[in-house]
Design a protein around this ligand. Structure first.
Ligand code: GLU
Length: 427
């Protein structure tokens, strides 16, 4: 990651541009371009070697005018508070664009789970909750999994919260294991949601998925399920890239006939790293990490981290690319966004394209509140309906007002959140 890149500056610049288009008053702009609340704290743990080690943790609540703050917790060695600020702001827009009654928040810990034992990770999870036990809750701020956190982390966090408060609060956190208050379909939700929006975009362009190829950055939870559904629709993924923690760099795995999950999943670890030697044995070409973006495909899906499509590589996007569907949060910098817009590539922006995860989290909360759980098909059908109608509303506005898709999505979200703040009398 480029150390000088600041996603918060990007999030604020995107907001400022649309706030001006909407003629928002200064008070609303001041309120929405910054988070409402932030918590910064230390998490001391005793490591397996018996030493004390202190980790930095954060929770940022950007806005809760439309409902409790909602958003994941990331574990990442290069985590910064500005990244979390940006991500919390994007969560506010994400919940608003799919019209679910939730606000935006995000949390994180500066740590590398790939170098921590399960016990050490459990202590970090419990420490994170101990620091925030009075500032989060089912009716105020509801965390979820994100980069390098999963359902096990969520359950440890829930358990600590319930121990502190002395009762059961399954609505505290989402992305819990199925059978422990989790929803069926939550694992698949972000990747599937991404492909539901892609399917609609292809339909509007009159392109059959069977005639398309794609290249994907990342091979974690989002990318894996996106590959699965896109392939089932008939599309062909010819390249995926992933990070290799041993080499501290990433690689692109290419197979012109199309990659398959059946081949790759057995040789992929839980952080989405594919074994290079075994992949080569299966006929995969191993290219540098950024080669994913140069592939001659119809669709690009950045599904890793922020700042991946930037001024240095946006001009390498092949002429054949028609659609970019952003599975990651904030993968495209302002500079690259201009290039993409000027080239007329159809953009399905992150906070719309990857809203499937939080939409399913909302369904998880609903099921927890009823204490009655839907079957997987019911969850996924409801998810498809929500994602499709959000996509259609954004693309319709983009068409009517001749807007770039990202700007159209922002117009809908900012307008909804600003209206909520105004009607509450906040501004
Ligand atoms: N971490 C996911 C996101 O960025 C999901 C958040 C949630 O479920 O609250 O959208």
């Amino acid at each position: 990651m480029d150390k000088n890149y600041n996603p918060y500056a990007t999030a604020q610049a995107q907001f400022d541009k649309v706030a001006a288009m909407l003629n928002l008053d200064q008070g609303t702009r001041d309120l929405l371009r910054n988070p409402l609340r932030e918590y910064h704290f230390s998490i001391p743990i005793r490591t397996d070697k018996g030493e004390f080690k202190v980790f930095r943790g954060f929770r940022v609540q950007h806005n809760d005018a439309r409902g409790p703050a909602k958003g994941g917790i990331r574990f990442h060695p290069q985590e910064t508070v500005d990244t979390i600020r940006a991500l919390s702001m994007w969560m506010t827009w994400k919940c608003a664009v799919v019209d679910i009654p939730l606000g935006g928040g995000k949390g994180g810990v500066i740590c590398d789970p790939q170098n921590l034992s399960m016990r050490e990770q459990e202590l970090i999870c419990r420490g994170w909750v101990r620091q925030l036990a009075r500032n989060i809750g089912p009716l105020s701020d509801v965390p979820a999994p994100d980069v390098m956190t999963n359902s096990q982390h969520m359950l440890w966090m829930l358990d600590e919260y319930e121990a502190i408060h002395g009762a059961k609060f399954p609505g505290l956190i989402t992305g819990k294991p199925v059978g422990m208050g989790g929803s069926l379909g939550r694992k698949e939700a972000t990747g599937y949601g991404l492909v539901y929006t892609l399917r609609e975009a292809l339909k509007q362009k009159g392109i059959r998925p069977e005639e398309t190829t794609a290249s994907i950055q990342g091979f974690g939870n989002v990318a894996q399920y996106a590959v699965e559904l896109y392939t089932r629709l008939g599309g062909k993924v010819i390249a995926v890239s992933c990070w290799d923690n041993d080499d501290k760099k990433s690689y692109t795995f290419k197979k012109f006939q199309g990659i398959t999950l059946d081949e790759l999943m057995p040789i992929t670890n839980k952080y989405g790293t594919i074994d290079k030697v075994k992949a080569q044995g299966l006929g995969y070409e191993i290219l540098p990490g950024d080669a994913w973006i140069e592939q001659e495909v119809d669709i690009l899906m950045p599904c890793a981290l922020e700042n991946q499509v930037n001024g240095d590589n946006a001009n390498k996007i092949s002429k054949r690319v028609k659609i970019i569907a952003e599975g990651a949060n904030g993968p495209t910098t302002l500079e690259a966004d201009e290039v993409i817009k000027n080239r007329g590539i159809f953009m399905i922006p992150d906070f719309l394209a990857n809203a499937g995860g939080v939409t399913c989290s909302y369904f998880e909360q609903v099921q927890c509140n009823m204490n009655y759980y839907w079957d997987k098909e019911e969850v996924l059908t409801k998810l498809d309906t929500k994602m499709t109608s959000a996509f259609l509303a954004v693309s319709e506005l983009a068409r009517q007002r001749n807007l770039y898709m990202r700007d159209a999505a922002y117009v809908i979200s900012i307008d909804r959140v600003a209206t909520a703040c105004k009607s509450r009398g906040w501004v």
